[in-house]
Design a protein around this ligand. Structure first.
Ligand SMILES: [Zn+2]
Length: 405
């Protein structure tokens, strides 16, 4: 029987989350350690390390790893890795921490201890070098660049022991899955060739089409939703995953698709993030990653197909998981169906093209959205969300007016 792809690095999954007595004992030890409050991005990385999504890393990267990853997408040991996974703190806190000592990493949302780290190294980085190599820009308007520029001045490296899942399993009981869990579900379905569909948006007809193209050539699709932080103004994970769940139930064949979520924040690193998306999907058991137009991009920092090309530029064998490169998709009135720029010969006037901004405007004004763009069940959920937002805003306006008097 064909098997699922191997975890990254070729060995077994390496979840760093402790359990049982071992966890209780480490939590006890952590109480007396110096505490470092982590950022939202670092929290996502810790949870991911905990569940084995970043196999085979054993913690946060050293200076040599950071340098190698920025310059050539390799850690010091030669492991393929496209984006630095680092932890930082301010200079004063770093001063009080000894290399060789242990620290406790604290959840920014709940003050719980997420993990402990054996600090092997403290180091400073050239932040603009990281931005220029990873994001291809140092423009402070780029949300990923801003994250790096705003982080602490000193990076702390070392192996970690993860003690908590940061509230994700409680908040998303059906969606939050570890790589071991998705692998076991794929095996129970008899899947070996699995495509991951990465999403941080609700799925409209074009996304449904991408997923179905993948189902035509694979055993199944993992619709994998980002549960960490996005840009302000994006649709929250709860609303998005409800809309996706309804779409799957109404328009997909049973056991051809699994919806799950993962805990990372978006970095918006475009092509390099597409590689990271493929890398951790390999750990989740996916042999393919659907890579559409401007994957993991933001604004106009990346060319529409840079994320396709980068898979041809990395050395062969860097990743087992391969891209399913798909062009821009849409409904074409002349073709009379869903099509892509590769299959439809007609001009833009025949194609139904709606920008995200235009769609948001239509939904919040309760204007009709063409059925060729999105399924009615999906639109109903999004309209309800936007209607709720409007009500909130009205209440706010009233309160301000009242207190002003
Ligand atoms: Zn056409």
């Amino acid at each position: 029987m064909p098997k699922l792809v191997n975890p990254h690095g070729g060995g077994d999954l390496k979840p760093l989350l402790l359990s049982g007595e071992e966890r209780v004992a480490e939590l006890q030890r952590a109480q007396s350690m110096p505490k470092v409050r982590v950022s939202s991005r670092e929290k996502g990385d810790i949870i991911m390390l905990g569940i084995g999504g970043f196999t085979p890393l054993d913690g946060f990267m050293t200076h040599a790893d950071w340098q190698g990853v920025c310059d050539g997408m390799r850690t010091a040991s030669g492991l393929f890795w496209p984006i630095p996974i680092t932890l930082s703190t301010d200079a004063a806190t770093a001063e009080s921490i000894k290399a060789g000592g242990a620290i406790a990493l604290v959840d920014p949302d709940s003050d719980d201890i997420l993990a402990t780290m054996q600090v092997s190294e403290k180091y400073r980085i050239d932040k603009s070098h990281e931005c220029m190599t990873v994001f291809k820009t140092a423009d402070p308007e780029h949300p990923g660049v801003r994250m790096v520029m705003d982080q602490g001045e000193v990076n702390l490296a070392g192996p970690i022991k993860v003690l908590s899942q940061g509230g994700f399993p409680e908040k998303y009981p059906e969606l939050f899955m570890s790589p071991a869990q998705t692998r076991s579900i794929f095996e129970s379905f008899g899947w070996s060739k699995v495509a991951a569909f990465q999403t941080r948006n609700p799925m409209h007809r074009s996304h449904e089409y991408l997923a179905k193209v993948a189902i035509e050539v694979c055993d199944g699709v993992l619709v994998h939703s980002l549960l960490g932080n996005l840009k302000p103004g994006d649709i929250p994970a709860e609303v998005r995953t409800e809309a996706i769940g309804t779409l799957i139930q109404r328009y997909f064949v049973e056991k051809t698709v699994l919806q799950a979520g993962y805990p990372l924040d978006m970095r918006y690193a475009g092509p390099r993030e597409a590689l990271l998306h493929a890398l951790f999907r390999q750990n989740y058991g996916c042999s393919h990653l659907i890579v559409g137009r401007d994957h993991a991009g933001v604004g106009s920092y990346y060319g529409p197909f840079d994320a396709h090309h980068i898979f041809d530029q990395i050395p062969k064998g860097s990743l087992e998981t391969q891209p399913l490169k798909i062009d821009w998709t849409f409904w074409c009135y002349e073709c009379g169906g869903m099509a892509s720029a590769r299959t439809c010969p007609h001009p833009d006037e025949q194609r139904l093209l709606l920008s995200g901004t235009k769609l948001r405007k239509m939904l919040s004004e309760d204007a009709p959205v063409p059925a060729e763009f999105s399924r009615p069940e999906v639109l109903a959920i999004l309209r309800k969300y936007y209607a709720g937002l409007e009500a909130d805003q009205k209440v706010e306006v009233k309160l301000v007016g009242h207190s002003a008097r």
